[in-house]
Write a protein that binds this ligand. Structure first.
Ligand SMILES: O=C(O)c1[nH]c(=O)[nH]c(=O)c1Cl
Length: 308
């Protein structure tokens, strides 16, 4: 069974890598992912200046997944761009960029452009955890304006991290918008399902502190929504790649994301809870499943979901 893939001029030995935000804030964490069975790695979304993030507790895992309101804690963009400068590129590296404003995003992307590095930017349009700031990608006009300006500043291939959508009209509107940008070569679906609320029954208290306990959901909670977003955007944007993210904890969910059309898949909650050993385990399970089904490679089943 062959798990390798090639896309946008990059080769990956495995379709699995980390979701931005998990196991990628420090160079030690990034090196751990780079040294694991992961096929690629991506950095924590970065801002112009370092950020502490939201008050703790700001992450909590349950049997069904996770809730987080980290608040974009990161070391500031030079830290990650310097990591990308010294990286050996034995596997692809992506840098996640999440400026607090369009100007910040343009400033960081111009810096990245001028470094002429092999890494690709994944522009985060969907952080749900900045008090008072809505997720940009739920404002279609603002997203169009941002992508116009980004395309003028950044000539290379880039991708965007999208929030989940829940209505076919929105899938169609967003795909039509994104299809206008040739430099936009991939979308990562989905970011956490924003502003959920989890409660500790015994203490009658929220599990996390920020925003009265509201946070982005990951894990089993979001698998159906993630699969729907991957399948819809893969169908509506046939010339772009869709990276699947959301609810992957075994070979089965990785297989489902690829069946929906994902080129590659990112692991968030499961990686946070299990550690980098999750990559080898999930990869083995995916290979087993493919072998059982008689598939030799990912292209044998990618995007081949059947409907009734
Ligand atoms: O709170 C966060 O740092 C965070 N948390 C998420 O679940 N998605 C994001 O894009 C970000 Cl930026």
């Amino acid at each position: 069974v062959d798990l390798s893939l090639e896309w946008l001029g990059m080769r990956m030995a495995s379709p699995l890598y980390n979701a931005s935000g998990v196991m990628c804030r420090t160079r030690e964490e990034l090196d751990a992912v780079a040294g694991s069975a992961a096929g690629a790695l991506i950095t924590k979304s970065c801002t112009l200046t370092p950020r502490e993030g939201n008050p703790e507790p700001r992450y909590h895992a349950t049997a069904l997944g996770s809730i987080n309101s980290m608040g974009l804690p990161n070391e500031g963009y030079p830290y990650y761009f310097d990591y990308a400068q010294q990286f050996d590129y034995r596997k692809p590296l992506f840098v996640s960029v999440s400026g607090m404003s369009l100007e910040d995003n343009l400033f960081m992307l111009a810096d990245l452009r001028d470094r002429h590095l092999p890494c690709l930017p994944e522009i985060n349009l969907s952080c749900p955890n900045l008090p008072g700031k809505p997720q940009l990608a739920y404002d279609f006009a603002a997203t169009a304006e941002a992508l116009e300006k980004i395309s003028q500043v950044y000539p290379g291939a880039f991708g965007v991290k999208l929030p989940p959508y829940f209505d076919p009209v929105h899938f169609a509107q967003m795909a039509a918008l994104l299809n206008r940008f040739e430099g936009l070569r991939f979308v990562t679906c989905i970011n956490s399902v924003g502003n959920g609320l989890l409660i500790d029954l015994a203490s009658e208290t929220t599990l996390i502190s920020p925003k009265g306990g509201l946070g982005g959901l990951g894990g089993d909670y979001v698998l159906p929504t993630a699969l729907a977003n991957v399948r819809e955007f893969a169908r509506l944007m046939p010339d772009k790649h869709v990276i699947g993210c959301g609810g992957i904890k075994s070979g089965a969910e990785a297989f489902m994301h690829i069946l929906c059309g994902a080129t590659a898949v990112q692991i968030g909650t499961c990686l946070h809870e299990e550690g980098v050993g999750a990559f080898a385990r999930i990869q083995h399970e995916l290979a087993e499943l493919m072998a059982q089904k008689g598939y030799q490679c990912l292209a044998d089943f990618r995007g081949r979901l059947k409907t009734l």
